[in-house]
Design a protein around this ligand. Structure first.
Ligand code: CA
Length: 665
């Protein structure tokens, strides 16, 4: 009713020349979320009220171009609202069939009597998204976007879970930023990372007065500190814009930041060049009283469209990967042949051959290896350096992916030799030419029927839907760090209990994990020591989402790992029909459920010293259902048991660094 009243007031105001600020209320289909758009003092702002509580306080909107400053002197002239319902299917994300239902609105802004800017909103029952449409002027059909004011202003006492953006041209072979830093936890708002803001997605916890409503998690447990969880990200970025980050320059207000000057070896502008009319990528805000909406949101894909048709029917599945255990020296013919045999024994579809294969195996023998793989039903993914000239990463093959001519010749050779796909590494940041390179690699690869994995790279932003041959990106401190340092092994569970609620919720994550070796070395006797249990390895195969998974398993695991673990790793799917949050807290523990066909996989891990003890409410199972339970004892010795559920619930314990998996239908 209140909404109606506001609309009527707004309608009355229309048609009269008014100096009063316009205020428009836009509501989600379930009326639980309200977005208020305002043009007070000529500066457009928006705020968000969720379930009666303010989640985003009046925060700036608008952008600055080389034509005009579109953050001030603006007046909101009219708003068109509509309802959008759309069902789409996508095998490669968290949910295979998605119902997108939203209130959509276009807010028309004028400056000095000219229509200059539209701000489009899409409001679902769990997300608010907005983007800009910059309108052409007479004779001006292109412009440069110098920056955005787009802000996210949080209430007092909001806590943050954020991943700092690293400075440009730092780290290994001057390859940063590549979204490979550690998260901070439960920190107050107001910091700016290491001075360069934060990489998307960014998680916030806004204090709330309301207890969460039941969402399928344990019944009866009251949350000690009721909150509204808020995830900020962006989607729809392609070669037409820059990849953005989140900056904090003043207290509670975070704003969209453009790339850093030094990225790409200092080459290329930090601004975006666009043809008019131009639409920007979407800024997305996902909210919920538990982490369920964050885990289950599909907003990254709801708002984008495929940019081309798939050139063939792409398939997905599991693979092995020698490099994570054996490093560079393992990229030789005999060892790759051994991994092909291992993949065949596991029933896997692929082997990923990592860096230096061009030197250590060569093109002719690679063709031979690919032929051998085909005879075993195993395809190959080949590693490439994206360079180029944007950093010092020395690994070859180089200069094969940065320009169209060499790239297409290489891809033709791959196509002729039945290669499945590529893993391209060591990109140079988020400037527009680099975003164009991602798009060009994907587009060319599709012409040759190749799937694409990115490493040392930016976050994908809706790419599973935009590019049908896109598989996943690293954009995380991935499994390589478990090999490189004991510290990463010691903190493995903490990081995994974070990615589940942050990084992996907006895009497929190529982590390369699920090791069953005790040590990260081919002899399984030296190197860093895995602290996590075998059941943990199984659980992360479910928790981490990517339609193609190259696990860190090794051929020796066929004989030295528990038979139940190998059996599970042979069976576990890599594409899912549904995901449900069950319980957890970023950096502490994570329990969620994924469905493939009729079968549910409930997976949990724990990073805390105290074991997680809980009565899991499992409404997906009818009473009397027999489920397989993989669980750890206090010493992290795993086992598999068949359990008949009397009710749709189960008492579970997950020790520190341990795991849990329940499988049933
Ligand atoms: Ca990396």
């Amino acid at each position: 009713m209140q909404t109606m009243k506001y609309w009527m007031l707004s309608l009355l105001a229309l048609g009269t020349l008014t100096i009063h600020a316009e205020e428009k209320l836009l509501s989600s289909p379930d009326q639980q979320t309200t977005v208020i758009v305002n043009d007070k003092e000529g500066r457009p702002t928006y705020s968000i009220i969720y379930n009666g509580e303010t989640v985003i306080e009046a925060a700036p909107l608008g952008l600055v171009t080389n034509m005009d400053d579109l953050t001030e002197g603006l007046s909101l002239k009219s708003v068109e609202t509509d309802k959008t319902t759309n069902i789409y299917e996508l095998r490669t994300i968290k949910q295979s069939q998605t119902l997108f239902m939203a209130t959509t609105a276009v807010c028309h802004f004028e400056k000095r009597g000219h229509e200059v800017l539209d701000i489009e909103f899409a409001i679902t029952n769990r997300d608010v998204a907005f983007r800009y449409r910059i309108l052409p002027r007479r004779g001006t059909l292109s412009c440069v976007v110098k920056g955005e004011a787009s802000g996210f202003r949080f209430p007092q006492n909001t806590l943050t879970f954020l991943c700092p953006q690293s400075g440009p041209m730092g780290g290994f072979a001057r390859t940063s930023p590549s979204y490979e830093t550690s998260y901070s936890y439960d920190e107050p708002v107001g910091k700016n990372g290491w001075g360069e803001g934060y990489t998307f997605p960014c998680l916030f916890k806004v204090p709330s007065a309301l207890q969460p409503t039941k969402t399928g998690k344990q019944k009866g447990n009251k949350q000690a500190d009721p909150a509204i969880w808020v995830l900020i990200s962006e989607t729809g970025t392609d070669g037409g814009y820059v990849g953005c980050r989140l900056l904090n320059e003043s207290g509670g207000n975070y704003r969209i930041g453009f790339p850093q000057e030094g990225e790409m070896n200092g080459f290329g502008s930090t601004t975006a060049s666009v043809a008019l009319p131009a639409t920007t990528p979407w800024r997305t805000i996902t909210m919920g009283q538990t982490l369920a909406h964050i885990v289950e949101t599909t907003i990254a894909w709801d708002l984008v469209q495929p940019k081309y048709e798939a050139s063939r029917e792409y398939t997905y599945g599991k693979g092995t990967w020698s490099w994570i255990i054996g490093m560079d020296q393992s990229c030789n013919f005999d060892e790759q042949k051994r991994y092909i045999d291992f993949a065949a024994a596991m029933g896997y579809r692929s082997v990923l051959v990592d860096a230096l294969w061009d030197v250590q195996i060569g093109y002719d023998r690679m063709a031979e290896l690919a032929k051998y793989g085909r005879s075993k039903g195993v395809g190959l993914f080949l590693w490439y350096n994206s360079n180029g000239s944007w950093n010092d990463a020395p690994q070859s093959p180089k200069h094969k992916m940065d320009r169209s001519g060499a790239r297409r010749r290489e891809m033709k050779w791959m196509h002729d030799n039945g290669i499945l796909g590529i893993k391209v590494d060591f990109f140079g940041g988020d400037k527009q030419p680099m975003m164009q390179l991602y798009e060009d690699i994907l587009t060319d690869a599709n012409d040759f029927g190749l799937q694409v994995i990115f490493h040392g790279c930016t976050l994908p932003r809706g790419w599973e839907r935009m590019y049908p041959n896109y598989v996943a990106s690293e954009a995380v401190l991935a499994s390589e760090n478990l090999h490189f340092g004991q510290g990463a092994c010691d903190g493995e569970a903490r990081a995994a209990a974070t990615h589940t609620f942050v990084r992996n919720t907006v895009g497929s994550m190529d982590f390369g994990g699920s090791a069953l070796n005790k040590r990260y070395n081919a002899d399984n006797k030296s190197g860093t020591t895995r602290r996590t249990s075998d059941v943990y390895a199984l659980a992360t195969a479910v928790l981490f989402q990517s339609s193609v998974q190259h696990f860190a398993l090794a051929p020796n695991n066929l004989t030295d790992a528990p038979a139940w673990a190998i059996y599970f790793m042979k069976q576990v799917p890599t594409t899912w029909d549904e995901v449900r949050f069950i319980d957890g807290y970023p950096g502490r523990y994570a329990i969620m459920a994924r469905r493939c066909g009729q079968k549910w996989y409930i997976a949990g891990i724990n990073a805390q010293d105290e074991p997680v003890k809980a009565r899991l409410w499992l409404p997906m199972f009818a009473p009397g259902t027999q489920v397989a339970v993989y669980a750890d004892d206090a010493q992290l010795n795993g086992s598999r048991q068949d359990v008949k559920l009397k009710k749709a619930q189960l008492d579970i314990t997950i020790p520190k660094n341990g795991g849990l998996v329940i499988v049933g239908e």
